[in-house]
Write a protein that binds this ligand. Structure first.
Ligand code: TYD
Length: 198
């Protein structure tokens, strides 16, 4: 299976992706835990171009191409080989992030994002967990974490609110695949909700 975690900045998905990978390994499964943008050496190089620097560094179109390029490398070098070997892949973000982030930056880009996805990626996860938290809580967590990777967080609260709306809408667009998970409470509590949904 390919399982993805999605949500706004600071929603806790990286922690939950790790906890799920650990739990599946403890049950004897062979799990690859990976992330986007990144997840392969080439895609990690593209990641730096995307997450560092000013909020307006790239045009929305260029940004879509860079995220798609990174995802294609991730797919070729990491995801497809792992699935072919019968491993379970848990990824921290996948194509829904491009649909929502780049779609939220400019709504009319969604058609282009979907066409690029069909041309270059062409697969969807078997299950996607969207972790839901208050946008203000997510931003506060991101600020507390610090570091150079704050390009999207620097776009502010109203952007995070648009993202939250976009992620919620995914459940309606892809009802068979996407599960909305309440991300409030302790780590173990959220992990239990995800296991129940899986
Ligand atoms: P990530 O490392 O998941 O950041 P965080 O752990 O803070 O959520 O992702 C880096 C940033 O890139 C994040 O703000 C979301 C953004 N992003 C997109 O805009 N489009 C995409 O396709 C992906 C994968 C990420």
């Amino acid at each position: 299976m390919l399982i993805s975690f999605e949500g706004i900045d600071g929603c806790g998905k990286s922690t939950q992706a790790r906890l799920l990978a650990d739990a599946l390994r403890a049950e004897g499964r062979d799990v690859v835990l990976t992330r986007e943008p990144g997840g392969s050496p080439g895609a990690e190089e593209i990641r730096r171009l995307l997450v560092e620097g000013a909020g307006e560094r790239w045009s929305p179109e260029t940004e879509c191409l860079l995220f798609t390029a990174a995802r294609r490398d991730h797919l070729e070098r990491t995801i497809r080989p792992a699935l072919a070997a019968g491993r379970t892949v848990v990824t921290d973000r996948f194509a829904d992030s491009t649909r929502v982030y780049q779609g939220a930056a400019r709504g009319d880009l969604r058609a282009m994002v979907d066409r690029l996805h069909d041309l270059m990626i062409g697969i969807e996860p078997d299950r996607t967990f969207v972790l839901q938290i208050e946008p203000a809580t997510g931003l506060a967590r991101g600020a507390a974490r610090g570091g150079a990777e704050d390009r999207f967080e620097s776009l502010g609260l109203s952007f995070q609110e648009r993202l939250a709306t976009g992620f919620r809408a995914l459940a309606g667009d892809y009802p068979d695949r996407v599960r909305l998970i309440d991300g409030s409470g302790g780590q173990a509590e959220v992990a239990a909700r995800i296991r129940a949904a899986l």
